[in-house]
Design a protein around this ligand. Structure first.
Ligand code: PSU
Length: 306
């Protein structure tokens, strides 16, 4: 099936596939819409290197001129990080972008689709999308949640972003039958903070356990993936109480300016970056690197066990 797809692998990914080495998928919306230049490129490179240093091979995913790239060459990564007006692709728009020769960065949802096509089981990101505050009026719910229910990839995140309505996000994930696993604690992590004050539905304590749960789902033929929520390292976290008024201010500005749909998350992340004098970005980088390490360990465990 994939023969007819405009699908390209980086040289590093081609070699890893030939040698049967563990792969970790990485998304690109965090590069184009989640972080400012030049920290976006520095972080993307560091995340890839962290995956390598942790014993796996990184595959950063994006659509370039109509081709789905699984693994980017260094110059492609650099060009994407500097590009303007790149599309933000989710399940709904990835095929149109490819069919029309477009260029776009993949969100969690689109990256999961690409990872599955490429036979990659594990994916590291910062934070998934979820139910936005005020969703009872706007119906703004990220397509990431439905993708987790549909596509069998284990996604390592630091929780859902704290800009979201976390209780409603958990409810939707429960309805969709997505396992939400906290790593090493009972509390659901809240992206920039280790604790949300909400109990995580499931807890596992190491990569081997998470890999075993992944394999069990595959053996049972269950569709859908696992959401692994990995708390940000203690040294890098921002206290949730410090952040709450900042998030509220950013949300109020978004509402007042009529920011909607795909623009909401990038707008809020940028305003929180400004309002915390860059502290939110330092924390965001630290949590992504932490997730890359865990994802590489899970991918190694999955590939080592027949
Ligand atoms: N993790 C981050 N920063 C980001 C994202 C994840 O640390 O910007 C991106 C992911 O691509 C995720 C998207 O899919 O944010 C969520 O966007 P939305 O809320 O519009 O679905």
């Amino acid at each position: 099936m994939t023969d007819t797809l405009p699908l390209s692998f980086s040289a590093e990914v081609v070699a890893a596939r030939a040698e049967g080495r563990p792969l970790v998928a990485l998304e690109s919306t965090i590069i184009t819409h989640g972080m400012p230049w030049p920290q976006n490129l520095e972080t993307a490179r560091l995340v890839e290197q962290t995956v390598r240093d942790s014993g796996a091979v990184p595959a950063t995913i994006a659509v370039l001129n109509g081709r789905l790239h699984v693994g980017l060459e260094p110059e492609q990564l650099e060009a994407l990080a500097q590009a303007k007006d790149v599309a933000k692709l989710s399940r709904a728009d990835i095929a149109v972008c490819m069919a029309t020769g477009g260029t776009g960065a993949t969100t969690v949802a689109a990256t999961m689709i690409a990872a599955k096509l490429a036979g990659i089981s594990v994916f590291a990101t910062g934070g998934i999308g979820g139910v936005h505050k005020g969703a009872e009026a706007t119906f703004d719910i990220s397509a990431d949640l439905h993708e987790l229910a549909a596509t069998p990839v284990t996604v390592v995140a630091a929780g859902a972003k704290a800009i979201l309505d976390l209780p409603k996000t958990l409810e939707v994930l429960e309805t969709l039958g997505v396992p939400v696993i906290a790593v090493g604690q009972d509390d659901l992590p809240a992206f920039w903070s280790r604790r949300s004050g909400l109990a995580a539905p499931l807890r596992l304590d190491n990569a081997a356990e998470i890999a075993a749960a992944h394999r069990m789902r595959v053996a049972m033929g269950l569709p859908g993936g696992q959401l692994v929520t990995n708390p940000i390292p203690v040294a890098d976290e921002i206290d949730g109480e410090d952040l709450a008024p900042i998030i509220a201010q950013a949300q109020a500005e978004a509402d007042a300016q009529g920011v909607a749909a795909k623009e909401v998350t990038p707008f809020l992340l940028q305003r929180i970056f400004e309002l915390t004098d860059g502290r939110s970005l330092v924390a965001n980088i630290a949590l992504v690197l932490n997730n890359a390490r865990l994802a590489a360990a899970i991918a190694s465990e999955i590939s080592e066990t027949p």
